[in-house]
Design a binder for this molecule. Structure first.
Ligand code: CAA
Length: 259
């Protein structure tokens, strides 16, 4: 599949998606959202890929949704654009493979929101995060009002969203928005090391963990625990469960087959 606003490469079991729209600091226009949805579909069907890294080309991760495209939208257009963004980011969030955001620079508005639809965020020390929307006369439209409070808590999310202020990587780490801050030159190596440390494990079990955590964060604990018991049970139908436990008992290296 050909893409105009992103690149997609495979490095062993890892897929690397790089948003690349330099003239607008990788801002998300309709075309880019559609391409992200398409690349997620492609990754979803590719059984060789076990972990995904999303990053940005140049000095930005993603500087938000495209303001030039949004400027003259009416209510219907704005709602449609927001729905497209939410649909695409939800698809990314629900992808049955872990996704790491390697945040190299500006992650503002839709960029911060895209990073929050990923499972784990690692930031370069040059990264900047923020939800600047109220300064533009709009609300966050790609899940910021929903995911940010779930990640950093309501008070901190409200402060960031109401003030539209930008925070640096250190502050993002302090409030729990990112897992780790690394030197810019080390960002992709750190992201790949993390991806590889996930990829060595049983893929179906990892996939089930993602589903259980995502589901459990949105429901009461009893429903979440019963979901966990169900996926725990399902793992016993996999070859990889037999392999993982047999290898342990036989004191040998395991070899998972994603089956
Ligand atoms: N949309 C469209 N174009 C953008 C853009 C965006 N979100 N962000 C940057 N650009 C463009 C600039 O217009 C500029 O284009 P020209 O060279 O043609 O003038 C180019 O990218 C470089 O940007 P700057 O010259 O502004 O670079 P800078 O280093 O001075 O500033 C910045 C960088 C602080 C990120 C600044 O560009 C900025 O504030 N961008 C907008 C950030 C923003 O408000 N994002 C939220 C958008 S709303 C949203 O995302 C809603 C939602 O939830 C769905």
């Amino acid at each position: 599949m050909e893409f105009k606003n992103l690149t997609f490469e495979k490095d062993g079991k890892i897929a690397i998606v790089t948003i690349n729209r330099p003239k607008a600091l990788n801002a998300l226009n309709t075309e880019t959202f559609v391409e992200i949805g398409n690349v997620v579909d492609e990754i979803s069907k590719d059984n060789e890929i076990l972990v995904v890294i999303v990053t940005g080309a140049g000095r930005a991760f993603i500087a938000g949704a495209d303001i030039t495209e949004m400027k003259d939208m009416n209510t219907e257009g704005g709602r449609g654009f927001g729905m497209l963004g939410n649909e695409v980011l939800r698809k990314l969030e629900n992808l049955e493979k872990p996704v790491i955001a390697a945040v190299n620079g500006f992650a503002l508005g839709g960029g911060c929101e895209l990073s929050m639809a990923c499972d784990i965020r690692i930031a370069s020390s040059k990264a900047k995060f923020g939800q600047p929307e109220v300064g533009l006369g709009i609300t966050p439209g790609d899940g910021g009002t929903q995911r940010l409070p779930r990640i950093v808590g309501t008070g901190m999310a409200k402060e960031l969203i109401y003030t539209a202020k930008m925070i640096d990587a250190k502050e993002a780490y302090r409030i729990g928005l990112v897992n780790k801050v690394v030197e810019p030159d080390d960002l992709m190596k750190e992201a790949k090391d993390l991806a590889n440390s996930i990829a060595v494990n049983a893929p179906i079990a990892v996939k089930m963990c993602k589903a259980a955590i995502n589901k459990g964060m949105q429901c009461d604990i009893d429903t979440g625990l019963s979901y966990e018991s169900a996926v725990f049970g399902l793992c016993f139908a996999t070859e990889d469960q037999k392999e993982g436990m047999t290898a342990f008992v036989e004191k040998r290296d395991k070899s998972f087959k994603n089956r």
